[in-house]
Design a protein around this ligand. Sequence first.
Ligand code: HEM
Length: 478
Amino acid sequence: SYPTSIQDLRNPRNLARLLLTLAFLSSLRKSLLSAARSQAVRGCSPGIISVADKDAIREILVTADYPKSEIHEGFELYDQHNVFSSRNKSFHKNRRRLVAPAFGLQYLRSLEPIMQDSVQILMNKIDEILENPKSVKKGTKVLPRGHINMHSFMNRLSFDIIGKSAFGESFDMVLNDSHPVPKQMAKALKRSMQQSFNPWIRWLIPLDRSFIAFGCERVRTRKTQGEDGRRADLLQYLIDAQARERAEGNGETGDEYEDMIAGKLTDRAVEAEAVVFLIAGSETSSTAMTNTLMYLVNNPKALKRLCDELNQATATNQKGSIPTYDQVRNLPYLTACIHESMRLRPVAATGLPREVTEDTVMGGYKIPKGTIVLAALQELHWNKKYYPQPSKYIPERWIPEESPFPDYPIQDFTFYPFSAGTRNCVGKNFAMMEMRLILATLLINYDVVNVPGQRTDYVQFITTAFATESYVIKMTKK
Ligand code: HEM
């Protein structure tokens, strides 16, 4: 029942109802006006199109390099552009120049111990559950002996690794699964995507951005510790880059807005970039690792061949130990298995939106200025012109001398799991190192077997995720 007279409004619940309705109507009016405006601009053409043609995708991402769409502003943290969200090319160029060296192979070497320690903790936890299936967190479903929810553990492990790498502190998700930040973040990102398409939702449920405050607090603590707090990690790289910029006379002017637009590494910018690493570098890696394990347990021949390769490469290691990155970085079959799973299930499956800046023609269609285009990566990766038997997991197709499809060598510009062009994934080397080390460690130390009858369909908010948030594998210690 809505208020019908001024007197009714004395009741706070009625007043709240009226305000909520007005907010909703105003937001709806805005959405309709904006839709009408775009329709007027474009005539009858649609506002958003999904593009799967190889040349058109290359044009979107590389040659024309269309700017990211307005939706990316949902990733601005504390009104700061950042390397992921920015739509401004000169800002992005400057910020990327400052951030990218942190992901150079040289610097990543220093993160190897972080990854190794984290995967050791994971192995300890898996061993504990194999011994006693009830030792999962209270309230979590107890699975039959030997069954491990790999989706959950990959997710928790990738948060621990990025927590340690970007903030110097693990979330201890593998151990306790109770830190509020990963859950808050996942929820906020999902909602932020929903809000981008339905702005009125923000009136009903405001975004919980407490995970950003957490990240900023950690950055400030590290900075106040000075040299005593120095560690070899991504955050330290940003802090050192800021000091270098200041020492070279490229520091801030003091005008907050000007500094932000110019891409200067202000204190706020360092905080924003560290939080972006957390957002961009957690669920992406964990989904890619779960996908690879899922394909392997469903393809025992490929699994056996990979285990043989890994065992041979680490034959001199003690039983139960973790390989070094040097032992696993150049293994062709491991790389092929990861590539094949990222071909079949790229985490940015539908592509992220870009905006066409001038009238153009793509694949024979006129595309008016202002249209949002999505590079449909999964469609491209499943095109049988480039990948025969596209729905099958065949790692050998990535090894030219062994490919069952010698007439179909892998072509350039048909595989974009990390996107391409100026906005490609800056964390690609980090992700590949993490995936190689973790998958190798698990497969060297455990026999893994498929548990049939599970749902494996997925949904996409910003990146793809298992719809059931679960994928169980049967494991036995070797
Ligand atoms: C398997 C794991 C990963 C995949 C598949 C992946 C994929 C991608 C893709 C497709 C983009 C382009 C997004 C767009 O077009 O808007 C991207 C951008 C980005 N990724 Fe990753 N990513 C992964 C891991 C990581 C990690 C571990 C980090 C950091 C630690 C990271 C940091 C970033 C950043 C900062 C950007 C924005 C780059 C820019 O616009 O200059 N990613 N990633």
